[in-house]
Design a protein around this ligand. Sequence first.
Ligand SMILES: NC(=O)c1ccc[n+]([C@@H]2O[C@H](COP(=O)([O-])OP(=O)(O)OC[C@H]3O[C@@H](n4cnc5c(N)ncnc54)[C@H](OP(=O)(O)O)[C@@H]3O)[C@@H](O)[C@H]2O)c1
Length: 307
Amino acid sequence: MAHGYPRFPSAGTRLCAVFGQPIRHSASPALHNAAFEAAGLDWAYVACEVEPRFLGEALVGAGRMGFCGLNLTVPHKLEALEWVDVLDESARAWGAVNTVVFEVEVDGEWFPVGLREPDGRPIRSKGYNTDADALIRALKEDLRVEPRSARVLLLGAGGAARSAALRLADEGVLELWLVNRTLSKVEELAAEISNRYPAVTVEVGYPESDVEIILNGTSLGLKSGDPLPLDTDRFPLERADGVYDMIYRPAVTPLLTAAQAAGCQTANGLGMLLYQGAAAWELWTGRPAPLEVMREALGREVYGGPR
Ligand SMILES: NC(=O)c1ccc[n+]([C@@H]2O[C@H](COP(=O)([O-])OP(=O)(O)OC[C@H]3O[C@@H](n4cnc5c(N)ncnc54)[C@H](OP(=O)(O)O)[C@@H]3O)[C@@H](O)[C@H]2O)c1
């Protein structure tokens, strides 16, 4: 067995998890367990289906059970802002929590539980956002577009879309067009961006001009039979250079199929998953993430082989 990594968790195994609903599509366990194995760490990562109404209890419970950290996915990223004990600057700036680090207090200082055993000392949960930076890196690498100075149509206003919008505004995007099923959420988001980033042109609705990027931050496309997340009568895909879908399973969503047919550059959310996961792993373990091991594990999990 590589690096003496145990095949099954033992009584001493440190635990991390992802909470979401639905969660069975998640590639995060493959990503993180491969990295633990490569680093020779007796850690394990599991996926837990957590109903929104139980998020607070589940967060507290994981801390009480000695978990080192969590990822949060659909639909918990916004609600978690209210439930974690403290927010890192990243969660405050990008307005959503996708990573939790449990910390233990030792002599008045807080350390990740992964680095110091709790031993009955006070525990707190700290919320981070590793999605926002991961998205920017994935857009540059996988879609080969420079978000700075781009015109972007962003679909959605949930946890992932909200942090994407704020991070894109911070990056210096030229124009941001926001579309979401619930209009009030996208109006609030547009107002927040106008207030914090007055140099960015932000509008609610479909663009009048062509755009460099369409970014899907809705969960439409996760389930088979989902409709497209945008109205192509109002904004034909031919008017975009590139389409990025944050969804990575299915690897090719109906949106990406339609975008390829329209001649757009396309990429799914695997690169974003990789980079947000690597950043979370480093926060939990205090070690540099084995990025290539993680990339390969994701390729195997989602495509059945490296890509
Ligand atoms: N690749 C990655 O690393 C990564 C990271 C983060 C998220 N994601 C993906 O991004 C997506 C969103 O995640 P999230 O955490 O932001 O979820 P969320 O907070 O639950 O937000 C869901 C979004 O989808 C919209 N939506 C849901 N059902 C819809 C429907 N039937 N019709 C129209 N719109 C609908 C919601 O609109 P309302 O506001 O109207 O409810 C909201 O804008 C998920 O697919 C997730 O897997 C991927």
